[in-house]
Write a protein that binds this ligand. Structure first.
Ligand SMILES: [Zn+2]
Length: 317
């Protein structure tokens, strides 16, 4: 897989006006309705160079969206990395010190390590603790159809299919390198009523990722019945979304050596027909598909030991 360069088609919105917020945590604003209801959190820029989430949250602010019941929290997670985004080096600002989205286990959050992202995660944690529902908005390295990343639990799948968008839902565990915010605490607990969804809206800087992020957000909020449905409808396409395709990921290929290379130019959602087809080499070891009609999910351009190179899955009915 070549290190393609992608055009920067999006302009990152200025988020500095949202710094003060109203929660005591920078870049976190909570609106409260008169009627009781769930606490719903919509979060952007978990990764600093993923612009569509900032555009979607900025859209909610600009349209003065308020919860019709419960509470609505709007947040920009890794604002430090986001504000360092440089179109001439757009991959450099995924994070500053380490990946914010691998820190969400008690051992790491309560542990003795320090980094810019850990300080931010620790600051954000009390807010995330209060949220009943979380939408975490992301984008991908490669050009690929948008994916709802539902996690490994039935409740995550149920939420993603109830939202009904985007067109592909992936049921997959997180990464060996550390726990996602989507899987933090009650979100990752099968018996908790809390629930979370992560959405990958397209390539990081492609224009189409912004409307996908906005549509995902509006459908998420409307499904939870926490925004004015007339407002949502006015900003959603007239046609209902296409029926979703569900993919169950069974394997995460974690990179073992510093010589990992894909044996093909994959961008995601390729279906490899024959079991045993080699798709990559990790050092001298060939990585082969475990079954027929194997779907490649989010092949990564980052090839470091311990990182997920790709997930493998199957379409399910
Ligand atoms: Zn991301």
């Amino acid at each position: 897989m070549s290190e393609k360069t992608y055009k920067i088609e999006l302009t990152p919105p200025t988020i500095e006006p949202y710094r003060p917020g109203n929660t005591g945590v920078d870049f976190v604003t909570t609106f409260e309705a008169d009627r009781p209801g769930p606490h719903v959190m919509v979060n952007a820029v978990t990764h600093g160079n993923e612009l569509c989430g900032a555009i979607a949250v900025d859209f909610l602010f600009k349209h003065d969206v308020r919860p019709s019941r419960g509470r609505l929290t709007l947040s920009f997670a890794n604002h430090e990395a986001y504000q360092r985004f440089d179109p001439s080096d757009p991959t450099a600002t995924r994070f500053v010190d380490e990946d914010f989205n691998r820190l969400w286990s008690p051992e790491v959050l309560d542990g003795g390590r320090d980094s810019l992202e850990l300080r931010r995660a620790r600051a954000l944690r009390p807010i995330v603790d209060q949220a009943d529902f979380l939408l975490d908005i992301h984008s991908m390295q490669t050009e690929c159809a948008p994916l709802g990343m539902a996690g490994p639990l039935p409740k995550g799948r149920n939420l993603a299919t109830a939202v009904g968008y985007p067109g592909h839902v992936v049921m997959a565990a997180g990464h060996a390198a550390g726990r996602l915010m989507r899987d933090y605490a009650g979100f990752g607990d099968a018996v908790s009523a809390k629930n979370a969804m992560l959405v990958e809206c397209g390539q990081h800087w492609e224009a189409s990722s912004a409307p996908v992020a906005i549509e995902s957000t509006l459908r998420f909020l409307r499904h939870l019945d926490v925004i004015d449905s007339d407002f949502a409808d006015a900003h959603l396409p007239d046609a209902p979304p296409a029926p979703q395709k569900l993919i169950e990921a069974t394997v995460a290929v974690t990179i073992e050596t510093d010589r990992f290379a894909f044996d093909g130019d994959f961008s995601g959602l390729e279906v490899i027909p024959i079991a045993g087809t080699v798709i990559a080499y990790d050092g001298d070891e060939a990585i082969a598909t475990p079954y027929d009609d194997c779907v490649l999910i989010m092949p990564s351009l980052r090839r470091k030991p311990g990182q997920t190179a790709v997930r493998l899955g199957r379409y399910v009915a």
